[in-house]
Design a protein around this ligand. Structure first.
Ligand code: PLP
Length: 375
């Protein structure tokens, strides 16, 4: 059997090899490497796909978060609420901008933070919330948006793991994640659900003023060429990456379906194993399974990981340490331990999931997990 990987980008490339090579060659021959028509086409097509007014591309998902926060015009010391159970980038940019990250717990079943958890952390200094749609499923945005409007807070969605996920409001309205808050951010890191062949990222908004600011900040604060009206950064998606993304965007629905099919098989195989909790399916969100993440409830998570490794099956712990226990964030830690975050860091294990997984690979992984718990 082939070597099992968490994601298999080479096999995915091979399914689109010819059109991918042609698109990349076209960019090289056009010599329009930065901005230009290929980047604009991608921004427009993604805006259409997500049904959002403005897509502003940038160099990576971390920059997207940073630029989004810069566009809000916050003051040093202003508080921004983030879940403690996420990738460091979400909180890192807050600290970088001399804002104050306030970390809140997440729901044990959805892995996402909730309006109730956020509300308890709001102070007179709170200015924004950054919900993270972890592993591919939306946070409960209806409640979070209602809270944010009531408390006059901005909402910046970290949608790096959930692109193309759909949130359903109580009145039946369906909206793509990342386009619900004031600004949404995503990453096109190669292993993300819509990934390029290097670094890339984007911001989404329906607000013209924010769109104008995001554009300006990501391009040296320039209103027009050589007229700098504010301090900005240099953060651009290059045309080679946009060419890759233009092709992959066409297959995004199909990619999501492949992941969902694998998740269903995993669910089916694991739902009756007493020591495991399969991923919860939210009633208000579709799941695009950036990760398929089990909770191992008998304390043998690390043992399972090692057992799988010994059988050639990789698995990953996203994330092993609560953000507030990271040295980089020690200044923001008041000593409070958040119970669900603490538990999840010890329980979670993500299994291989990607768009090109073969039946026999899937069945092999399933059987090894089952054997571990049944023997
Ligand atoms: C990947 C990721 C980011 C950062 O994206 P980069 O493109 O790697 O900078 C931010 N937040 C979350 C939740 C992510 O998964």
């Amino acid at each position: 059997m082939e070597k099992i990987q968490m994601v298999d980008l080479l096999s995915q490339y091979k399914t689109v090899q010819e059109e991918m090579n042609a698109a990349i060659l076209d960019v090289i021959q056009s010599t329009r490497f930065i901005k230009g028509p290929v980047v604009h086409k991608f921004e427009n097509d993604l805006a259409k796909h997500l049904d959002v007014k403005h897509v502003i591309s940038c160099a990576n998902g971390t920059d997207a978060l940073q630029i989004a926060l810069m566009a809000l015009g916050l003051e040093p010391g202003d508080e921004v609420i983030v879940p403690a159970f996420t990738y460091a980038a979400t909180a890192e940019v807050i600290g970088l901008l001399r804002l104050h990250p306030v970390m809140v717990d997440v729901d044990f079943d959805s892995f996402n933070t909730t309006a109730a958890l956020v509300e308890g952390a709001i102070t007179s200094k709170t200015k924004a919330i950054v919900p993270v749609h972890l592993y591919g499923q939306s946070s409960d945005m209806e409640d979070l948006m209602a809270l944010a409007r009531r408390k006059n807070l901005y909402v910046v969605e970290d949608n790096a793991q959930a692109i193309d996920s759909t949130y359903t409001f109580k009145n039946g309205t369906q909206i793509k994640t990342g386009t619900i808050g004031d600004i949404g951010c995503t990453s096109f890191f190669p292993s993300k659900n819509l990934g390029c062949y290097g670094d890339g990222g984007a911001m989404f908004t329906n607000n013209y003023e924010f769109a104008r600011k995001l554009q300006m900040i990501s391009n040296h604060g320039q209103e027009k060429k050589y007229h700098h009206s504010m301090i900005g950064v240099n953060s651009r998606l290059d045309a080679l990456q946009a060419a890759v993304l233009n092709i992959k965007l066409k297959y995004l629905n199909q990619y999501s379906t492949s992941r969902q099919n694998i998740a269903e098989r995993y669910d089916e195989a694991f739902k009756n194993i007493e020591q495991l909790l399969i991923p919860n399916r939210s009633q208000h969100s579709s799941h695009v399974f950036h990760q398929y993440t089990l909770r191992i409830t008998d304390g043998r998570r690390d043992e399972l990981k090692e057992y799988l490794q010994n059988h050639g099956i990789p698995s990953m712990i996203y994330y092993p340490i609560p953000l507030y226990n990271q040295k980089a964030f020690q200044d923001y830690h008041d000593g409070t331990l958040l119970p669900n975050t603490e538990k999840l860091c010890k329980m979670v294990l993500s299994l291989p999931i990607h768009t090109e997984m073969k039946e026999e690979t899937l069945e092999f992984i399933v059987s090894k997990v089952q054997t571990f718990f049944n023997s």
